[in-house]
Design a protein around this ligand. Sequence first.
Ligand code: EPZ
Length: 432
Amino acid sequence: MEKMVIEGGNPLRGNIRISGAKNAALPIMASCLLLKGTSRIQGIPELTDVKTLCEILINLGVKTERCKDHTLEITVQDDSNVTAPYELVRTMRASICVLGPLLGRRGAAKVSIPGGCSIGPRPIDLHIKGIKALGAEVEMKDGYVIATGKRLKGTTVYLGGVAGSSVLGTCNILMAAVLGEGRTIITNAACEPEVQDLANFLNKTGAKITGIGEKTMIIDGVDELHGTEYTIIPDRIEAGTLMIAGAVTGGRVVLQNIIPGHLTSVIDKLVEIGIDIQTRTISKGNSPGKNVYECIVESNGHFNPVNITALPYPGVPTDMQAQFTALLSIAKGVSSITEKVFPHRFVHVAELNRMGANIRNDDAVSIINGVPSLSGTTVMASDLRASASLVIAGLVAKGVTEIRRLYHIDRGYEKIEERLTSLGAKMWRERE
Ligand code: EPZ
């Protein structure tokens, strides 16, 4: 196993290009199960989660070909298999996103039920509710969800759970319904940009989806979908993470390939914390959605305390909660972070406290008493965003930080140490 070693205290300076969004790429890749012909998708990040999904797709008779410049070509060659086995699904809970397209196109799906993880329980009741509403027969057996339904029938389905909408739940019902008969209306649909990207991709393949980005989505079933060319949106969570990494070190970074509109709540909080953020339009496309932007993030290393609540989009994303916690641990005063999406997502807190932070966590709320500085030590990554928070803490800590269980970070941040080193960070990998 590898560990990351970081020598803290070096301000980050320079330009960095944001990758395509992991959480848009995964459902879009899965949705290719619905298509006839080849799709050529640009902006696919080089991540272990992408590799895992490729393995699942290959096992389902799909040819996946990595071309240069983050492009992936995907073609269904054999649609007889409908099983996503435990050995492949267990490493990535997002694998559940093959359920909807398998059912929608092949009339059956047998997908291993994802277990919980360090961010808390990961139920799939809304996914099941949605496909049942579309007429599928569903059985939970031997750790698998087994669903059958020859041609699903459009209906109205409310996709709300205890924590509100579900991102992959909405993606799955969308993918199950596009080849269904008649009209499906999803109410309380997730509005996240990644769900919008999936819907925009599917419309390019011939689907009829309206209400994209709204709480009510309407899907009019079509008989066939075809391969297309598409570019994945920039990763708003990678962008937000790099904004905090630049700011925490008192540096100046220019983020290229960014959609600031996807980061409104994050930028708003960073400005309240005292970070200067300027957005520039680099070139205008045919519509505002196609404009290319860059964002200049600059800080003097002094941070105000703030109160944050992690909420579904357009609120502050839960996927940024741990990174904000690392930043606020050195703010001047007391901050709070309330987690409304995954109320158990706080494993990073104990590790940050080992680095000298003073954070108390109780009932989905972290109270962060800012300290003057953090100090490097050995810490353990527990999930993807927790790893990102430890990297941020390591960049600003006095001395050397070693992050163990590094494989988590490679699930969601492409070549992180290479890219941060290019900005002036001192960090490298070593074998444990
Ligand atoms: C997606 O997970 C993301 N993953 C997560 O990112 C992200 O944290 C999450 O959405 C919330 O934004 C991918 O897109 C691959 P949810 P998802 O269903 O879809 C509850 C990362 O670090 N719920 O929107 O699995 C659930 O327990 C990852 O990149 C139900 O109750 O999350 C949670 O409280 C981690 N029943 C809330 O809804 C269900 O059937 C939101 O979960 C499904 C979910």
